[in-house]
Design a protein. Sequence first.
Length: 324
Amino acid sequence: MESRVADFIQLLLEHPRGLPVEQISTRLGVARQSVYRLREKAQALGVWVCTHQEDPEVPRGWFRLEAPQEVEMTFRLTQAEVEALRAAVERLEHLTPLARRVLERLGRGEWGRAQKEEPVFYTPLADEYPEGLFERVVQAIRERRVCEVTYKNAKGQVRTYRFDPYALIARDPHLYLVGANHNSRRAGHDPVKDLRLDQIQDLKLTREHFPKPAFDVRAYAQGRFRAFGGEGQAVCVRVRFSPEKAGFIRRTRRHPTQQVEDLEDGSVIWQVEVPLSEDLVHFIVGYGPHARVLEPEELRLRVVAWARGAVEANLSPEGVTEVG
């Protein structure tokens, strides 16, 4: 019921002129009598709710806060709720000073007591972002502002270009800013790119706004960031894993299309429908002699080439050999 009292007070805060009891009942999804009980509980907490009897200016059958500007919302959290909040905020704490300021405000209640204990859940954020970058990115997304981005790519090249920010996507331990690169658009290429936030060296908001894009962030994340994501047509991949590694393959579902077939000798055949990608090659090579590609042939050749290159690079005194 305490959460309902908070909802009741919040609803009246949003409507300083008051609301009829019937409308409060409908909005909160409670019976009419429950609304009167909520009023009593609110007043027991020191939040006075006026009716026509206390204030003739309040219409009959309406409730209105006596002094909404003086109301301070107070909530009680369960230990489970505190741990859930802490797990979420610890990820943001290194990301933005704003999260730290919120923690200071929460420090007087359950949060402060929980802070004295060792955390049950720990989520380190590996990246360090320039101060204020996260807030500017969020503002740009909300206001659909064109930005000037200075970005250092994986090859170490630093470029500055105009960018329309669409959304942020989390893929541990990184955050990616997805949007449209103006240079790519002018060149006639697909403009939608994702920028790893820790590689953005500077981001400035311009006064220019861009129209709301026809962009499905969930579909983009599923295609781009799902395990073994990549460009090209999905193909049927079948890999046989030895009995020694079969247990590791069975217990982890790495892709929604995954199927695992048990064989009589204890080995398994692992099957997925995915595009061919470096991530897939690395995954298979990582199992060394315990993995054998059954199909497709192109993947088998790429695994062989990568493994051969690794051997040559480590045997050759000249150093690293390029793997084609």
